[in-house]
Design a protein around this ligand. Sequence first.
Ligand code: DX5
Ligand code: ZN
Length: 231
Amino acid sequence: MAQFRTAQADTVIAPSLLAADFARLAEAADSVEGAVDWLHVDVMDNHFVPNLTLGPPIVKSLKAATDIPLDCHLMIEDPERWATGYAELGAYNVTFHAEASADPVTLAKDLRAAGAKAGLAIDRDTPVEDYLEILPAFDTLLIMTIKAGFGGQAFMPELLDKVRTARAHADSGHLELRIEVDGGIADDTIAAAAEAGADAFVAGTAIYGAADPADAARRLRARADAARSSG
Ligand code: DX5
Ligand code: ZN
């Protein structure tokens, strides 16, 4: 009997603005226009993670400055209070951390009602198994491949076991779920993440640290596509 296989979604490349010049975010967006799918916006509150980055006013300005869909990654406490505001500002995808949320399913519903895709993020030390049953409430599952908080850290290949587990679960349940990886994604790591089952790839240093960000993004996509089609 032919085995049912969920149709493979196109590869998503999402450059992380955390590695761009914060005084020139609109230029950073323009520099990858046409070569990427989402712009990854790392919101950090100096509580959930020690680092501090940006919030709603900058997301609002970015939304006005670019047509690239905004992928907001909220590394903040109390997402129940703040997350839907990002959806209302026009973020395409709003991802909050499982570790920070008291009621992830209700928040996912609220995000969808506010017009965004709903994303759940799993940090380095959090098992994905605890969240498999609630994945139908989500459009995106972001699996950290570092400890959340800072760019430029080394990729942790052992965290790809979570991607494999989530991909197997999503496929067997025929879920339409993006599995996004974030942290240390670069030319030498993206294929492993793609083979594990990721289909959305955040890259900060590898894109904005490159002399030609658009070219770096295209190279990452080619490597991810090759690895995914051979899988
Ligand atoms: C870190 C952020 C990442 C970060 C990745 O907590 O979530 O999006 O920008 O940076 P690189 O790609 O440099 O590891
Ligand atoms: Zn991120």
